[in-house]
Ligand binder design. Structure first.
Ligand code: OAD
Length: 272
């Protein structure tokens, strides 16, 4: 029985007692690796370590708006691999949906663009897609939306679509936030939500990309913050009430579900 086991039990007790019912969840690519989608920064398996073949000046360039303008092909090569539809949610995604089902999810802030939280059943009005998603796309010049079905065809072929509006011909890009672009309005208008949390769960993120990385710090002092991640990240672990559940997040989430007595319900929801 480790300290983190005991702490996780204490966190579960808060939820069972009704003391934690405004739960704010913050996620990153680590919650989708078990679904077969690589994360960005893990050594060996992360996307950024496997982009040598694309001849980029540096790995992040694939998601930089200025680079994309001149050179959209590398992004479209990747998009083919990352495009939603080819993947199923993990049990960690299902847990967030279960929190929502029980009326305990105040908000999910995700950096992921894979739409797996929607696929798992988290209601759209409880999700802030801080880095956008592949759900819609538009011209980067005139902003005219581009049809979903045509987008799917282009992505399948690994080809950059061009705006169909008369005389435009600009590049079309999924509405995912590139480096050098503003985060969606919904991120900014909900930036205070973490301050109202009575429990914060951080899952599968390196907390290296700002402004998202600043969200956990917005939790009030004394509000437990639980990290489910392979490694310690950001300032997680520096507060007395922080709980570190290091390891793969699906295992950590199953442990928490066990402590809550929700395990069967969770597995059933996940299997659909
Ligand atoms: P990263 O790849 O930076 O970090 C993923 C984190 O999850 C790392 O700390 C891993 O150790 C951890 N991890 C991986 N697999 C895990 C597992 N099964 N269980 C638990 N932890 C696991 O991904 P993000 O933090 O999401 O932005 O990256 C943030 C942003 O950087 C992305 O949204 C993307 C990227 O550039 C844009 O493209 C704008």
């Amino acid at each position: 029985d480790t300290l983190s086991d005991r702490s996780l039990r204490a966190v579960a007790q808060l939820i069972k007692d009704g003391a934690a019912k405004q739960i704010v969840v913050m996620t990153g690519a680590g919650i989708s690796t078990a679904a077969g989608i690589p994360d960005f920064r893990s050594p060996k398996t992360g996307l950024y370590h496997n982009l040598a073949r694309l001849n980029l000046p540096h790995p992040e360039a694939v998601f930089e708006i200025d680079f994309f303008r001149d050179n959209p092909e590398p992004f479209y090569l990747l998009a083919k691999e990352l495009y939603p539809g080819n993947f199923s949610p993990t049990i960690s995604h299902a847990f967030i949906a279960l929190l929502a089902k029980k009326g305990l999810l105040r908000m999910l802030f995700t950096q992921n663009i894979d739409c797996l939280e929607r696929a798992a059943g988290v209601p759209a009005d409880r999700i802030i897609e801080a880095h956008g998603s592949f759900a819609t796309q538009r011209c980067i010049d005139c902003k005219t939306p581009f049809p979903d079905d045509q987008m799917r065809e282009h992505v399948k072929r690994g080809e950059a679509p061009r705006c169909a509006r008369d005389g435009c011909g600009g590049l079309v890009k999924p509405d995912i936030v590139f480096f050098g672009e503003q985060l969606p309005e919904a991120f900014h208008s909900n930036i205070s939500v973490p301050c109202a949390a009575d429990l914060v769960l951080v899952m599968g993120t390196s907390l290296l990309v700002h402004p998202f990385a600043g969200l956990p710090r917005r939790a009030r002092e004394g509000v437990p913050r639980v990290l489910f991640n392979l490694e310690r990240v950001g300032d997680m672990g520096t507060r007395a009430d922080d709980v570190l559940v290091l390891g793969d997040c699906d295992s950590g989430i199953r442990k928490l579900a066990d402590e809550l007595g929700w395990r069967d319900e969770l597995e059933a929801l996940w299997r659909g």
